[in-house]
Design a protein around this ligand. Structure first.
Ligand SMILES: [Mg+2]
Length: 249
């Protein structure tokens, strides 16, 4: 079956993640201000570390449940002795981290916008499936700022679903968004493109999708994950996809 739909990963595939740690630190600082009334670097570092360890725990969870950011912030406020933060303050804290961590933190990979523009011109439908614990509105705003949102038929974020790649649940959610009327039984007309061997290659391939693995930052993913991944194609970057996609049939 020839490819009609391409689903992209976001971080490390369409957008750089190099500035994410700095963005998280700024986000944690903003949350600290909202919840404690102080701009304290130690508090921010502690909160950023907690967010990262929650994300690592979610990634290691056999059921692949996503971090619940509201719960994480409320629990942190309690542990800091700030008492029970009410819903409005937690909302404000979520907003503070959402605007800084994902907002404005990621720049498009060179050539990615042009590549997606070309693929769209050629008639491919495009979608996004991203692991991100920040609520979907902030992610969508950032995707729009980068220029990708207008090219996507749909965008699904793990924060909206409650499960992360490689959970079957989140691939199903993306396929439902892609094929609202009726999902094809055979998925070889769907191509998944990403930098994570387990989330973007092995998971989608198990469901019958074709896969392209783009190079990741060294050390980001485990050797075991790489050993399991059998992409149909390997590319240095997503910018190379328009020239290579026809070799996939
Ligand atoms: Mg990625």
């Amino acid at each position: 079956m020839s490819i009609e739909l391409i689903i992209f990963d976001w971080g490390g595939t369409l957008a750089e993640v190099a500035r994410q740690p700095e963005a998280l630190r700024r986000g944690a600082c903003a949350v600290g201000r909202v919840l404690t009334g102080m701009a304290d670097e130690t508090v921010a570092a502690e909160l950023a570390a907690r967010a990262l360890s929650a994300e690592a725990a979610a990634a290691a969870d056999p059921e692949h449940r996503e971090v619940n950011l509201r719960e994480l912030l409320a629990e942190w406020a309690r542990d800091r002795g700030l008492g029970e933060a009410n819903g409005d303050r937690i909302d404000a804290a979520v907003r503070a981290i959402g605007e800084h961590w994902v907002g404005g933190a990621l720049e498009p990979i060179p050539g990615a916008l042009e590549a997606l523009g070309l693929l769209r011109q050629r008639g491919y439908r495009l979608g996004l499936l991203s692991n991100c614990s920040i609520p979907p509105d902030f992610c969508q705003q950032e995707l729009a700022r980068q220029g990708f949102a207008a090219m996507m038929d749909f965008a699904v974020y793990s924060s909206a679903i409650g499960y992360r790649k490689p959970s079957r649940i989140i691939y199903d959610a993306a396929l439902e968004a892609a094929f609202p009327a009726s999902r094809p039984v055979e998925l070889s007309g769907v191509l998944f493109v990403g930098d994570s061997p387990s989330c973007d290659v092995t998971g989608p391939a198990k469901l019958g999708m074709k896969t392209v693995m783009v190079s990741a930052k060294p050390g980001l993913w485990s050797d075991a994950d790489y050993a399991d991944a059998r992409p149909d194609l390997r590319l240095a970057t997503v910018a190379d996809l328009p020239a290579a996609i026809e070799t996939l049939g």
